[in-house]
Design a protein around this ligand. Structure first.
Ligand SMILES: NC(=O)C1=CN([C@@H]2O[C@H](COP(=O)(O)OP(=O)(O)OC[C@H]3O[C@@H](n4cnc5c(N)ncnc54)[C@H](OP(=O)(O)O)[C@@H]3O)[C@@H](O)[C@H]2O)[C@@H](O)CC1
Ligand SMILES: Nc1ncnc2c1ncn2[C@@H]1O[C@H](COP(=O)(O)OP(=O)(O)O)[C@@H](O)[C@H]1O
Ligand SMILES: [K+]
Length: 672
């Protein structure tokens, strides 16, 4: 499970690290750039790289990456998009090097300029990050399209430019990255389509505070992915019986849609419910008796194969002694179905999951939810959700997390908005994204399986939010396993049902700690879960949390007391190790203004008589470094060329290689 942030929350985290933790912004930017550099280095040996930079801090990261790449032998060109005079703050600090050296950057304002650039092996997208505030147009749009046409590795910094970090939506157009390196926390936009697809492989690097150090953050959104180790279920106690695992009442199916009831009932049983009671019209009961022998069946009043109004009383009577209700799959439509669904919601106090025709029955009658007796989970796909909430599908998908959270809070329900990334929202403003499942599940019947799994978990006493999250995870993973075994094209929802058992088996652990919440039967351990309806806090700057505990301090003092005498350790160091620079205590330091650290190293490197082996090694290392020029890659080319070229020929050759708009002049400048 991972915590996801919005752009605003990430800005607050940056501010926290800068203002409270006193980590300078430039240090964060440098760490970010090193993370990106490492990602590139892991893929490519020194090669040609073009870094496309915007004028904000995302561009600042780009300048820093470019500098690090140059220093490590890559052949780098920085492409500035926008007006360089708009670059300010930390980004300007990192741009300064390029401004001074000129030859490594170019400002591009049109497509012709981009097309005149030589092809590169790697493109770095540092145009916009979390500061994207409107759709890409002009040169930004052209540049994103240009990057998408390249047959090369594209690495996006923080988030592909053009993707909203908040919603995953494409604003105008967006870069398609092979790798995206983001900082400290992933963002919601990395996990929602189309942002999820545009991000490619997502890497998260820490840039200020490591894991284990808490930032006082009230993030309300998290994500589970396939094979997530945090998704666990507890073992079933040895001394248990079917009564220990609840009784699910399922109302599903109609003439022609008996399969929905079959899938739902089988999935509920596979999810572990102690007893599944299927209530349906006569035709469906006949089918169920043959295909789901483990379920008990009751025939409800019907009219032409669809429930009749009188079925409501029978259902309410049947609900006595049950622990949860699942209603909707394949019920069909009509006034009678609406009445049955409304009465279950208003008169039955059990937790319930409502899907498919259950949701259609609710559309236009949402006031029923205000009278609900038990807790309610609704599981619409976007079209069903559109019918429920009145927003168009397009509008919902513009910001699906917001749409789900708003609806769940307004009606006091748990909402499961199904899709390739499924969003589960609770009534307190929490949301969980589930990146599980496969396109193989895009086939009629997969939703019925999900309803059965959630119903089965609810029957076993799981809290509604947990049952919804765990249910989506189990159904999605079972679908993935079915796709592996049967193929994505050919797998059927019944195959998904068949693999539920394997998925659950992999999730069962002997002992569940407070961190591994699912399966422990309560919401109190839910990390980040808000327990009260509340505004989502966007700027969670709190008090610093890094204070050495008293125990730590005592341990440190003890260690100091028991340490060997400084004289002995110094002697040893002289013999075996590198010489130690002795730093006098503050206040006693002799100020030597003419001897800064670099001079000291140079002086030390020139020392004719190194005292120990370690000193000699260090000296050799330093001399080796001295010999190595800053821009290795270029220097290597020059050395090779110099073997059979005159100096004049060499200069002309290098000039020819430069892009046409680069001013002629010195081809290398030493830094410092
Ligand atoms: N210390 C830190 O904070 C750290 C931050 N880090 C890095 O900073 C990044 C966030 O930086 P950022 O806030 O400067 O935003 P960024 O995405 O560079 O762009 C904003 C600029 O673009 C402009 N603009 C927006 N949309 C536009 C459009 N469609 N077309 C044209 N212009 C548009 C926008 O203009 P405005 O909306 O103000 O008019 C503004 O000028 C973050 O993703 C991470 O990479 C890391 O280094 C770690 C430390
Ligand atoms: N491309 C996909 N990736 C992951 N999961 C998917 C994908 N397509 C569908 N699913 C899952 O399959 C299920 C389909 O449910 P639904 O649309 O209600 O189908 P139906 O009503 O036909 O049974 C949902 O749980 C959804 O999340
Ligand atoms: K970017």
């Amino acid at each position: 499970m991972r915590t996801l942030l919005t752009s605003q929350q990430m800005k607050a985290v940056d501010r926290y690290m800068i203002e409270r933790m006193k980590i300078p912004g430039l240090v964060l930017m440098e760490n970010a750039a090193h993370g990106v550099y490492e990602a590139i280095r892991a893929e490519m040996e020194p090669c040609s790289v073009q870094v496309f930079c915007g004028t904000g801090n995302n561009g600042g990261d780009g300048f820093a990456v470019a500098r690090i790449l140059l220093a490590n032998g890559y052949d780098v060109k920085v492409v500035v998009l926008g007006n360089p005079s708009d670059i300010s703050g930390d980004a300007a600090e990192n741009f300064a090097f390029f401004k001074e050296t000129r030859e490594f950057y170019t400002v591009i304002t049109n497509r012709e300029g981009l097309e005149a650039l030589p092809e590169a092996d790697v493109y770095v997208d540092a145009v916009f990050g979390t500061g994207l505030s409107r759709p890409l147009d002009g040169i930004y749009r052209i540049a994103a399209e240009f990057l998408n046409e390249r047959d090369a590795l594209v690495v996006s910094i923080d988030i592909p430019s053009g993707i909203s970090a908040q919603t995953g939506a494409v604003l105008g157009t967006a870069v398609r990255a092979d790798i995206t390196v983001t900082f400290q926390y992933p963002k919601i936009g990395h996990f929602l389509y189309p942002g999820r697809e545009h991000s490619g492989e997502l890497q998260v690097v820490k840039i200020g505070i490591d894991d284990g150090c808490d930032i006082p953050l009230q993030a309300a959104v998290c994500v589970y992915e396939s094979d997530d180790p945090d998704m666990c279920l507890g073992q079933r106690p040895l001394d248990s019986n079917k009564g220990s695992y609840g009784r699910l009442l399922m109302i599903a199916g109609s003439y022609g849609m008996a399969g929905a009831a079959v899938l739902c009932a089988r999935a509920a049983s596979r999810a572990g419910a102690g007893l599944v009671t299927a209530a349906a019209c006569g035709d469906v009961v006949d089918v169920l008796q043959h295909t789901v022998p483990e379920a008990t069946c009751f025939e409800l009043a019907d009219e032409n194969g669809v429930l009749a109004k009188e079925a409501a009383d029978m259902v309410l009577k049947l609900s006595q002694g049950k622990t949860a209700v699942a209603v909707g799959p394949g019920l069909g439509r009509g006034e009678a179905v609406e009445e049955v669904v409304s009465r279950i919601i208003a008169e039955c106090d059990l937790p319930k999951v409502i899907d498919a025709d259950g949701l259609n029955a609710l559309a236009g009658h949402l006031e029923v939810l205000e009278e609900k007796k038990g807790e309610v989970i609704l599981t619409p796909h976007p079209k069903e959700f559109s019918r429920l909430c009145g927003l168009s599908v397009g509008k919902i998908l513009e910001d699906p997390v917001k749409a789900a959270v708003d609806f769940a809070a307004e009606y006091g329900v748990t909402l499961v908005l199904k899709g390739s990334t499924t969003i589960v929202a609770d009534q307190f403003g929490n949301a969980t994204l589930l990146c599980v499942g496969t396109p193989g599940m895009a086939k009629g019947g997969s939703g019925d399986v999900l309803t059965g799994v959630i119903g089965g978990l609810l029957a076993q006493g799981k809290d509604v939010y947990e049952a919804a999250i765990t249910g989506v995870y189990i159904a999605g993973m079972a679908g993935e396993t079915a796709a592996e075994q049967e193929g994505e094209y050919s797998m059927t929802p019944m195959d998904t049902v068949r693999y539920i058992g394997k998925v659950i088996d992999d999730m069962v652990v002997e002992y569940i700690s407070a961190d591994t919440i699912h399966g422990c039967g309560g919401g109190e351990y839910m990390p980040h879960r808000l327990q009260q309806p509340t505004e989502i806090v966007m700027e969670p700057i709190g008090t610093p949390v890094f204070q050495a505990s008293e125990a730590d301090a005592a341990e440190k003092m003890e260690a100091e007391e028991t340490a060997e005498s400084p004289a002995a350790s110094a002697e040893e160091a002289m013999e075996e190790e590198e010489p130690t620079i002795v730093v006098p205590p503050v206040g006693e330091a002799e100020v030597q203004p003419d001897e800064p650290a670099m001079d000291f190293l140079e002086k030390y490197a020139d020392d004719p008589k190194p005292a120990t082996r370690a000193q000699r090694r260090r000296l050799e290392g330093l001399q080796e470094k001295e010999r190595r020029p800053f821009f290795r890659h270029r220097a290597k080319e020059e050395t090779e060329a110099a073997d059979d070229m005159t100096e004049e020929e060499l200069v002309n050759k290098v000039r020819e290689e430069l892009p046409p708009d680069t001013p002629k002049g010195p081809t290398r400048r030493k830094i410092g």
